[in-house]
Ligand binder design. Structure first.
Ligand SMILES: [Zn+2]
Length: 110
């Protein structure tokens, strides 16, 4: 088991866990029970909720994925969702990288 992510909030930890599991990486959250104790214990990476993976062999993949997430990049699966054109508000299928209506480029990130 390896820790791949330290979250600022239990919800964030669960979000990352969900994203990893969507990638086929078994993950779990630790330390969320300590979250309520903040104020009494010093806030360190040990007292923040953290995301761990079960299979050490997947650590590099998980770490890469979490790094992308923390940079605000959209995970691969999220990219396969439909998107809405920022210019003309057309809803577009995930395979398009440009709006067929107005030609606007698909925005990256969230
Ligand atoms: Zn458009």
């Amino acid at each position: 088991m390896k820790r791949v992510y330290v979250a600022r909030h239990p919800l964030e930890a669960h979000l990352v866990k969900g994203l990893l599991e969507a990638e086929g990486i078994e993950a779990f959250v630790r330390g969320e029970d300590l979250f309520g104790a903040r104020g009494e214990v010093p806030v360190t990476s040990e007292t923040c909720p953290s995301v761990w993976i079960v299979d050490d062999d997947l650590f590099e993949k998980a770490e890469e994925f979490v790094l992308a997430y923390s940079r605000g990049q959209v995970p691969a699966r999220a990219k396969s969702r439909s998107w809405r054109c920022p210019r003309c508000d057309e809803l577009l299928e995930p395979q398009f990288t440009e709006c067929w209506q107005c030609g606007a480029t698909r925005p990256m990130g969230r």
